[in-house]
Design a protein around this ligand. Structure first.
Ligand code: ADP
Ligand code: ZN
Length: 517
């Protein structure tokens, strides 16, 4: 076996491995099955190409896109490596070249589409030719929970068996747990070695704030980024136009972007954003797919994104050049309810909805995270990290207190009203406000009525978000969204468990600054 570093240097011309690559290469060379999760551009291909060259034999690479296969084959041949592909776009000449190189044992990397393998006798033929590694690119395509599900991918487990149970490496950029377990279940015999690397984007500053005054919070963030290019994501078409107008009036070069605009206008705004400096794109999530502008200096969310994956994708559009970039995400209970509603009202299957709910809950938990945001975010992707020093929680610190009594007040208000009410009604009860609904239901007679009068409604909203993020309550969707207790909530209510909550988020920003000073 040739030393991997030697090949890295001599064949690929790279001075060093990128994060994660060397460990994966070594695991493959040790004969292990591998699932490698790394973001796009992190260098996944090398993780099977290099081991192929370090030993004998043929690697079969499954890839869903013909264009991608062609690029890879061309690049490998450029490095002097025998490579080819089996796909419907090949001419007879190319097919002959490929078949001959496989037969003579010269072929090192053979690319094929999943349908080409699943629906023909190719696996048996290739097994005889001696495939000793199966590499499955874009492996998340086996999962129904992704956006890229391809039924042919589900047949690849069978292809692997037809190849004689050959050693397998699956690669994907999609890291969430549901997708990962689908990949393992459908493509592997036992548990593969799992590698997750490269999700951290240390140059992105992370910050999230509960909405107090959305406009003011956004303007104060943008004021730090005058004359820089950036994106502000809004949750509706209408709000993008309004905010773009307001920003223009405040002297920014701001443009709206959403799917409801005329095609020509949308294209023009996008081109301006790409070609000129200092434009603020005020957009719905329709903006950003496939947009590669390296010097986007900030991304702000005027409302909570759809899921933790969406959050990661969207902030990831900033700072592609590796230079410092800033992010801010604003969130409120209304956003959380809206997002839940969108999930429940979608056409998805129950199973799919369950997964989407988890992804949203993970984001809610990130909003109210008690420690470094980056640690919390990376933990979701399965990567561990030290406190980053580049997020609001690391920089400003968090102040926490034993919030068991506060939590119990909320939980008890929920239980005593029969787990049938939404946020505002519960908070009215706690602060002792005699609203029309409170009178109608006779809730002023409850023992919890007024027990939270020492705190403002805004504080109770934050406390409710926090106990939601901590998994003490869940949100059932009715018109107003009703709160119910989880098992953990019951344990806290009974005093069997205690809970730490954050006190800094309960203060007004000015007070917060004063306390810290
Ligand atoms: P992915 O499949 O993860 O999206 P690729 O395998 O296409 O990424 O690699 C992205 C780019 O990074 C390619 O141009 C590749 O040549 C380059 N690359 C991969 N590994 C290294 C390395 N160790 N050093 C420098 N460049 C690398
Ligand atoms: Zn941090």
């Amino acid at each position: 076996m040739i030393d991997p570093r030697q090949i890295l240097h001599d064949v690929f011309g790279f001075p060093s491995f990128r994060e994660g690559q060397e460990e994966i290469v070594r695991a493959v060379l040790a004969g292990e099955d591998v699932l490698a999760v790394m973001p796009t551009g992190a260098g996944k291909s090398l993780c099977y190409q290099l081991p192929t060259l370090a030993r004998q034999g043929l690697t079969l690479v499954v890839s869903p896109l013909i264009a991608l296969m062609r690029d890879q084959v061309a690049a490998l041949r450029h490095f002097g490596i025998e490579a080819g592909s089996l796909n419907s776009a090949n001419d007879a000449e190319e097919n002959r070249r490929v078949a001959e190189a496989v037969r003579e044992g010269r072929m090192r990397l053979l690319y094929a589409s999943p349908e080409r393998l699943a629906n023909t006798g190719a696996p048996e033929w290739l097994a005889r030719a001696g495939v000793n590694l199966l590499a499955i690119d874009e492996a998340h395509c086996v999962s129904q929970w992704g956006h890229d599900f391809r039924p042919e991918y589900a047949l690849l487990g069978d292809v692997r068996r037809r190849l004689g149970g050959v050693q397998t490496i699956a690669l994907t950029a999609t890291a969430d747990v549901a997708t990962r377990s689908d990949i393992v279940e459908r493509l592997f015999e036992g548990e593969p070695r799992l590698f997750i690397h490269g999700f951290d984007r240390p140059n992105l500053r992370l910050a999230m704030q509960a909405k107090e005054n959305t406009r003011r919070q956004l303007f104060s963030f943008l004021d730090k980024h005058r004359h820089e290019s950036g994106i502000v994501y809004c949750s509706s078409r209408d709000s993008t136009e309004k905010l773009a107008d307001a920003l223009s009036q405040a002297g920014y070069r701001a443009l709206p972007y959403h799917a409801g605009m005329a095609q020509a206008e949308r294209a023009r705004n996008q081109d301006m954003f790409l070609q000129e400096d200092g434009i603020v794109m005020v957009a719905t999530v329709a903006f950003g797919m496939g947009i590669d502008k390296p010097d986007v200096r900030f991304v702000a969310h005027a409302a909570l994104p759809k899921s933790i994956e969406a959050y990661y994708q969207e902030i990831g559009r900033a700072g592609r050049d590796g230079e410092a970039a800033d992010t801010l995400t604003l969130y409120g209970l209304d956003d959380m309810r809206l997002r839940r509603l969108q999930i429940e009202e979608s056409e998805s299957s129950d199973e799919q909805k369950r997964v989407e709910r988890q992804r949203l809950n993970a984001l809610v938990a990130l909003c109210e995270a008690p420690r470094c945001r980056r640690q919390t975010l990376l933990a979701y992707f399965g990567e561990s990290a030290e406190p980053c020093g580049n997020c609001d929680l690391c920089i400003d610190g968090v102040m926490s207190f034993d919030g068991t009594v506060e939590a119990q007040k909320l939980l008890s208000a929920i239980v005593r009203t029969g787990e049938r009410f939404g946020t505002e009604h519960l908070i009215s009860i706690l602060v002792g406000e005699e609203t029309e609904a409170v009178r109608r239901f006779g809730h002023a007679q409850l023992r919890t009525f007024g027990v939270g009068a020492d705190r403002s409604k805004a504080e109770w909203r934050s406390l409710l978000r926090q106990i939601y993020a901590a998994g003490l309550v869940s949100l059932e969707l009715t018109e107003y969204g009703r709160w119910t207790l989880t098992e953990k909530g019951v344990a806290v209510l009974k005093g069997q468990e205690r809970i730490e909550l954050r006190s800094d988020v309960l203060m007004k920003p000015r007070e917060r600054r004063r306390r810290r000073a």
